[in-house]
Structure formats: C-alpha cells, structure tokens
Design a protein around this ligand. Structure first.
Ligand SMILES: [Zn+2]
Length: 162
C-alpha cells in the first residue's frame, strides 16, 4: 500500500474504521460529562473487559456501549439496511457481529456490570439529546430499562431534524 497519509492522519482514519471516537460516542461522552459522571475511555477495564467497552463508569459498575446501527445490526432501524451487492456476505458479517455482541453482553453481565447499550440512531437527533441525557442517567443507576424510542417516532411529534 502506498503511504499517502501522515502518521496522524492514518491514526485518525484507522480510529474511524475501528469505530473509536466516532461522533455518536463523543456525543454520549459529552452528555455523561455534563451529567457529572466520571468515566474512563482508555483505562485497563476498557482494554481488558469482554468486547473492549468504549465507556466505563467504575463507581457505578456500569458500561456504556454506543452501537452503530449498521455494524451492530439494529433490528427494525431504518439505518440498518444491507447493501444491494454481496447481500449474503453482509448478512453473515452482521450476524457474526450481533452474535459477538450478545456473547460480550452475557459475559459482562455475568461479571456484574450494568451494560447500557445506546444505538447511534438514538444519539444523532439533536432534539432528543436532553431526553437521552435523562435516559442515560436512569439506566446507569439501573432504574430504567432501555427506551424503545427511536428517531423516527420522535419525528411524528414534530421534533425538527438536526
Ligand atoms: Zn438504529
């Protein structure tokens, strides 16, 4: 491969490819920060726990995983559509991702972690950020199950698109 990038640029591109520091995750991090939570993104637990979770809140024994709707196969989500070519290959790829997610989730819960999965489509709409912050707070403290609300439903009530 021809080296067309500076090391900095390459590392940025690779971080995008690996899904680290993507925009939805940064949004969630800033919401958590605003809520006053302390968390690690590159600590020993981020590196060693099953699935290398993005955001670890040690004090709450909670993890926040920000899942891209496509790669993690968000069922019933408009952002999860298989490409029109190599359909079988993609279906298998996403199926394996989902299997791995389920395995990691089970392992993390068995270790006593409260795993908060946040889908990308829940993070992106700016108009829903305030309610997302509330939802994060209650899910981190274990008071509430995952909200089924996705962006499409909010649009019904006339919330402007970001
Ligand atoms: Zn989604």
């Amino acid at each position: 491969m021809v080296d067309i990038w500076t090391p900095e640029k390459r590392s940025w591109v690779m971080s995008r490819i690996r899904g680290k520091n993507t925009k939805p995750e940064m949004t969630v991090r800033s919401l958590l920060h605003g809520l006053g939570y302390r968390f690690t993104v590159n600590g020993p637990k981020n590196r060693r726990l099953p699935g290398k979770p993005d955001i670890v809140l040690p004090k709450h024994r909670a993890l926040v995983l920000v899942h891209g709707c496509f790669w993690h196969g968000h069922e019933g989500c408009k952002h999860f559509r298989l490409p029109k070519t190599r359909v079988a290959w993609w279906r298998e790829k996403i199926r394996k991702n989902r299997e791995r997610d389920a395995r990691n989730l089970a392992a993390l819960e068995a270790l006593g972690w409260n795993v908060v999965v946040v889908w990308e489509c829940r993070v992106r709409p700016v108009a829903l950020r305030e309610s997302l912050a509330e939802e994060l707070a209650s899910r981190i403290s274990g008071r509430e199950e995952e909200s089924a609300m996705v962006a499409e439903e909010a649009a019904v009530y006339g919330v402007p698109a970001p």
